[in-house]
Design a protein around this ligand. Structure first.
Ligand SMILES: CC(C)(COP(=O)(O)OP(=O)(O)OC[C@H]1O[C@@H](n2cnc3c(N)ncnc32)[C@H](O)[C@@H]1OP(=O)(O)O)[C@@H](O)C(=O)NCCC(=O)NCCS
Length: 153
């Protein structure tokens, strides 16, 4: 498995992965409007703009395809962590997270936050995150606030 920074040409594949995954894993929790907002937010042009603007997008490559994606916005906000369903439970998310965490640590941050999907809470707990509040719902999008504290050196 190779972990590398995403480039603008990856945007279509990343978008497909995010949307396919959301349809399977978020559909029971999000309203129709929430799903529409999520899908809109995953447009390839939007992803390209974010990559250009300096958000950190990482991709995991397995057998020449993008098996997972991780995005860090505003330095220490974990915006996306998605593994293609075909590659679940093979360490893809952990590898992406370890790579992102390395860069976050080098930038001097002391914590990372995420708004986790219901499905992903146990996986984030395995990665070292803890829930910091009750489940939230905004515009039909359901999430769970979680935080990872970087070990003090
Ligand atoms: C959450 C998700 C990214 C995990 O990806 P993955 O590549 O399968 O995860 P990994 O194989 O790297 O597993 C990382 C750890 O989480 C655990 N884990 C993964 N999926 C899990 C699950 N469904 N339930 C419980 N634990 C899980 C693994 O056992 C592993 O822990 P360990 O290394 O201590 O044994 C993936 O399930 C996914 O894409 N889900 C749908 C999209 C989503 O909800 N993303 C989060 C958006 S906020």
């Amino acid at each position: 498995m190779l972990i590398r920074d995403a480039i603008e040409d990856d945007a279509q594949q990343i978008s497909d992965l995010l949307i396919d995954s959301a349809r399977v894993f978020f559909a029971d929790d999000f309203s129709k409007a929430g799903m529409a907002l999520f899908i809109d937010d995953c447009a390839p042009t939007t992803l390209q703009e974010r990559i250009r603007a300096g958000d950190r997008y990482y991709v995991a490559i397995v057998d020449d395809v993008i098996a997972g994606v991780c995005a860090i916005r505003r330095g220490n906000y974990l915006y996306s962590l998605f593994t293609d369903a075909e590659f679940h439970r093979r360490g893809v998310a952990r590898k992406l997270w370890e790579r992102a965490l390395r860069d976050i640590r080098e930038s001097g941050y002391e914590e990372v936050t995420v708004k986790a999907s219901n499905y992903a809470v146990p996986a984030y707990e395995r990665l070292g995150f803890v829930c910091t509040g009750p489940r939230e719902e905004e515009k039909g999008i359901v999430s769970n606030p979680m935080r990872y504290r970087l070990p003090v050196k």
